[in-house]
Structure formats: C-alpha cells, structure tokens
Design a protein around this ligand. Structure first.
Ligand SMILES: [Zn+2]
Length: 217
C-alpha cells in the first residue's frame, strides 16, 4: 500500500489517513492513493491509484487474481510471495506467514521480499516520473520488514528517476494500523455523503433499492 503526497495542507484529514482508502492492510493486494494539494485524487471512475495490476516486463508471468498475468500484485503482493514459498515447500498462506519466515531468517523468504521491493520500486519509479511527489509512504503487513522491502524500493526509485524528482523525495514506511483504515473510510464517507449533493445521491440510491425490493416481491 502506497501513499503519494505533494503540497499537502496540514488541516486536511487525508494528510494523515489517505493510505487507507486504496490500500489493503493485510498484504492481500497492492494499491495506492494520491493526495495533491490536500485532496485525495479519485480519477474519473474512482479507480485512481490501482497500481497493483500494472504489468511488469518479466520473463516470468504469474497469474494474478484479476485473471490477467504478470501484474505487479502477482509478483509482489503478500499472497503472491506466499504462493511462491508454498511452491518451494514452505508453509505460507498469507503475508503474515511471509513476515514470520523472514523473522526466522529464511533466505528464500528474504529473497522473495527483496524481489518484491524491486518490482514495486519499478512501478513507483514510473509514478514518480509522472507526478513528482514530495513523500511516498509505504504501508501494509510487508512494510513491517522495512529493511528488505522499503530499502530496496527506495533504491530502485533513485536508480530509475532523475535527480530533479528524487532530490528531496522522502520514501518511508508508515503505520499499518487497522484504525487508520477505518478512520480514512469514515472521513471519505463524511465528505461524500454529508453534503447536499451527497445526501440527494444517497436518497436516490435508497429509492432505487426499495424499488428493486418491490420488484422482487
Ligand atoms: Zn492483476
């Protein structure tokens, strides 16, 4: 899970909680959220920041959960690393098991996480070239292993981007608190729903749901 920031206003709640809106907190996927000028950027369809399904140029093209092959997630998400570890005879179901194996200094797990950091770094480098953010925060279960994931990601971004974009760029791990996710979701809901337009939209949807129920009966 990644959060990109540039010129964030201190008073904006997303300056603290934005990462939760797109990211997965249990290492089940890879996503990102962009805050520009104190606002979370949604994109035309609300799907902005979905970097997990960008395809990498690799010889190996593992199947992704989305049905495509070679996505960043299929290489670097917690579930993908666990899948690779299982194929090599280790007991690993999810990102927590990956972290457990790394804490036990299992070289195969460490190697796979470092490779994941390189893969994520490649995609993030592309984002940095386009958006030139001030800060990149990395969260999620695997980010707890900063030494391997964040350090390698940082190395790859610095390697691939021009100094103008990386001179003052901060890349660091952030909190993986579940409360942070809930708070971010609540702020988004408040901003979307408790406005005049949001309330009208909610009432219209409620009306549609009621009509659908009526049709079923
Ligand atoms: Zn995918």
């Amino acid at each position: 899970m990644l959060r990109f920031k540039s010129n964030v206003a201190r008073s904006d709640p997303f300056s603290s909680y934005s990462q939760c809106l797109y990211g997965r907190t249990r290492g089940t996927g890879i996503g990102s959220g962009l805050i520009a000028d104190g606002h979370l950027y949604h994109g035309a369809k609300g799907a902005s920041g979905d970097i997990g399904h960008i395809q990498l140029n690799r010889e190996k093209v593992p199947l992704c959960r989305c049905g495509k092959v070679g996505c960043l997630e299929a290489h670097a998400a917690g579930w993908a690393i666990a899948r690779e570890l299982r194929a090599n005879g280790f007991e690993a179901e999810d990102a927590h098991d990956v972290v457990r194996l790394i804490d036990q200094h299992v070289p195969e797990a460490i190697g796979l996480l470092r490779e994941a950091g390189r893969a994520i770094g490649e995609v993030v480098a592309g984002v940095v070239c386009i958006l030139s953010p001030r800060t990149i925060r990395v969260g999620g279960t695997l980010a707890a292993e900063q030494e391997y994931l964040v350090a390698v990601l940082r190395e790859r971004v610095y390697q691939r981007c021009l100094p103008l974009a990386t001179n003052n760029l901060i890349i660091e791990a952030t909190s993986t608190s579940e409360i942070g996710c809930l708070t971010g979701a609540a702020i988004l809901l408040k901003q979307k729903m408790f406005t005049r337009d949001g309330s009208v939209l909610l009432l219209k949807r409620y009306q549609e749901w009621r009509l659908e129920d009526f049709d079923k009966k």
